[in-house]
Design a protein. Structure first.
Length: 69
């Protein structure tokens, strides 16, 4: 599958925490960092996500904001 998303980060699922509606998935990237995504529970089941499964995290965002006090 070819996608237009330019920010494609390969890694391995390191944690899957299902909730009643959403599932939180943590991916250990090939460079050692981690990224966390919240996806629907249905999507996680359809993708058959489990610890150790190789995945590609696709990042499509117009901005990222951080704040501190």
């Amino acid at each position: 599958m070819r996608l237009s998303t330019r920010n494609q980060l390969t890694g391995t699922v390191s944690a899957v925490k299902p909730g009643s509606v959403m599932t939180v998935v943590t991916v250990r990237l090939d460079g050692g960092q981690s990224v966390t995504a919240s996806i629907t529970k249905d999507a996680a089941e359809e993708l058959e996500l489990e610890v150790g499964k190789p995945v590609t995290a696709l990042v499509k965002s117009t901005e990222v904001m951080l704040g501190v006090e």
